[in-house]
Ligand binder design. Structure first.
Ligand code: DOR
Ligand code: ZN
Length: 370
């Protein structure tokens, strides 16, 4: 069965700054192995992407390494509202960290949020990490400034019902949910262990997870929030929050299809057409994936390309898998091998450049082979 190439509007690659966790090569290889042909990368790198110099640094790293298409977010800082707005055309969007996260980008003062709500162009994607009451405040800002706002990784019943109510009032909000908040809950924490279970937003109660499924019509996008940290880091004191997710997402969604909890059309809406609309992304020409919906297997970290080499879904039984991926007319993935070369991915926020000779394809190594 053939589907359009999937889009993940929320991934964390760690370049610049922490390439032992992930870099543009390993992260985009993981994306292609997961069926994603376009990813939007978050700005909480080291240094964080908050202005011209740091955006250039991230894009210079991405250019020669990315194997799939991409764009880079800017982060909202305490003093960069006008510079970020000036750079908005070259970025995936602006990310507002309004709650506890990984890295230094959290904005606490509402006055600083307002500077960004006022300056960032209404036609460009604005994304907030805002949980619980913070989400209510962010939605009020979207209403006051009469501008679209996309709410990242919604994880609780109260949040999804708040978004339903805001949409019913005509407030221009959209939202995404992660596979880990759909398929895991706080009852999984004992077997994950204290460090490996750390993620923001936290895994919530079974009733929260169930409320996400019951309000699927309110969920515009699925987003992995792929946030790789090594097992040594996850198992040490002060473990950083985050789960890798690019390579487990599609098998989980296909498993839900086999159980009658999702349809293929639900996946395409939330992983292709809605992200295209919300994030102003053109359809990728001659780009598709092929899936085997009948496959039965288990999620295993040993088969993955992400450098962090673990998964919170280890041993999870799945039905369905990716078989092949084609990116702009060239085979990018087949049967466990990433065939798209480093540098084959394009920054979709850059005006097209005429390419010279094509690099020969070099398969990406899996985590276990490095
Ligand atoms: O669990 C998380 N990990 N939540 C975030 O907000 C950031 C992310 C990361 O970058 O590791
Ligand atoms: Zn994130």
């Amino acid at each position: 069965m053939r589907l359009p190439g999937l889009i993940d509007p929320h991934v964390h690659f760690r370049e610049p700054g922490a390439t032992h966790k992930e870099d543009w090569d390993s992260g985009t290889a993981a994306a292609l192995a997961g069926g994603f042909t376009l990813v939007l990368a978050m700005p909480n790198t080291q240094p964080p992407v908050v202005g011209q110099a740091s955006l250039d640094l991230a894009l210079r790293a991405a250019g020669p390494k990315a194997r799939c298409d991409y764009a880079q977010y800017l982060g909202a800082g305490p003093a960069n509202a006008s510079e970020a707005a000036r750079l908005s055309g070259g970025a995936a969007g602006l990310k507002l960290y309004l709650d506890q996260t990984y890295g230094p980008l959290r904005l606490d003062q509402m006055g600083l949020w307002q500077e960004h709500f006022a300056a960032w162009p209404k036609s460009r994607p604005l994304v907030a990490h805002a949980e619980g009451r913070t989400m209510a405040a962010a939605i009020l800002m979207a209403a006051l400034y009469d501008r679209p706002l996309h709410l990242a990784h919604v994880s609780t019943r109260e949040e999804i019902l708040l978004i339903r109510a805001a949409k019913e009032k005509g407030i221009p909000v959209t939202c995404e949910v992660t596979p880990h908040h759909l398929f895991l809950c706080d009852a999984d924490l004992p077997h994950l262990g204290p460090g490996r279970g750390e993620v923001r937003p936290r895994l919530a109660a079974p009733a929260d997870r169930d409320a996400l499924w019951q309000n699927l019509d309110v969920i515009d996008c699925f987003a992995s929030d792929h946030a790789p940290h090594t097992l040594a880091e996850k198992d040490a004191p002060n473990p950083p929050p985050g789960f890798p997710g690019l390579e487990s997402a599609l098998p989980l969604y296909l498993t839900a299809v086999s159980e009658g909890r999702l349809t293929i059309e639900d996946i395409v809406a939330r992983c292709v057409t809605n992200p295209q609309r919300i994030f102003n992304l053109a359809p990728q020409p001659e780009t598709w994936i092929e899936i085997d919906p009948a496959y039965r297997g288990e999620i295993r970290a040993g088969n993955t390309f992400t450098r962090c080499a673990w998964t919170p879904f280890e041993g999870y039984p799945v039905r369905g898998r990716l078989v092949r991926g084609v990116l702009r007319g060239r085979e990018a993935y087949r049967d466990g091998e990433v065939l798209s070369a480093p540098g084959a991915g394009r920054n979709v926020r850059q005006t097209p450049i005429v390419c010279g000779g094509e690099e020969p394809s070099r398969p990406a190594p899996r985590a276990e082979e490095r």
